[in-house]
Design a protein. Structure first.
Length: 169
């Protein structure tokens, strides 16, 4: 176990593009893939308050009930436990470009939800989390806009993903 305590990766992935947490001792998903526990994030098979940290990278947009999943994560986190999550940034300008060029791309997405910052922030706060950090990021597998574009355009429009770190008070 790490010095940080027990760490859980919810939705650790099976697709080669997914980047599971290297620090998580327990990896959970609904399919075997990289998981060592198979379970549904809506009903986590753990006692309350046992994890120091939960990571959920590129998952919240795929679940049927995001509030239920976040409530379950809140339940299993210890006091002062940390949640880290990422989700696609639906405000990314490249998304609009692809929608114009290839509108069918959006139709075959496996995403149930698309999140803007105010919506996901509000949901986390309703569940009881305190937001520690918010940033717009690019993951390695995605094209990065030219640096010059970022000087004139807000990061929330030029970054592919939203990263949030939240605390269970």
């Amino acid at each position: 176990m790490s010095s940080e305590g027990l760490i859980l990766d919810v939705g650790c992935g099976y697709a080669p593009m997914h980047m599971p947490s290297k620090e998580a001792q327990i990896k959970l998903d609904i399919i075997r893939g990289k998981a060592n526990i198979i379970a549904d994030a809506h009903h986590l098979p753990f006692k309350s308050e046992i994890f120091s940290k939960v990571v959920m990278y590129e998952v919240i947009e795929h679940v049927d009930s995001p509030k239920e999943v976040l409530s379950e994560i809140y339940r299993i986190l210890k006091h002062k436990g940390i949640l880290e999550l990422t989700t696609p940034n639906i405000m990314f300008v490249g998304s609009y470009f692809w929608w114009i060029v290839k509108p069918q791309k959006l139709e075959i997405s496996e995403h149930i939800y698309g999140w803007r910052l105010p919506e996901i922030k509000n949901l986390l706060q309703k569940v009881g989390f305190r937001i520690l950090k918010i940033s717009f990021i690019d993951l390695e597998r995605f094209w990065r806009p030219a640096r010059i574009a970022r000087i004139f355009i807000l990061p929330r429009l030029t970054r592919h993903h939203l990263f949030i770190q939240a605390l269970k008070p």
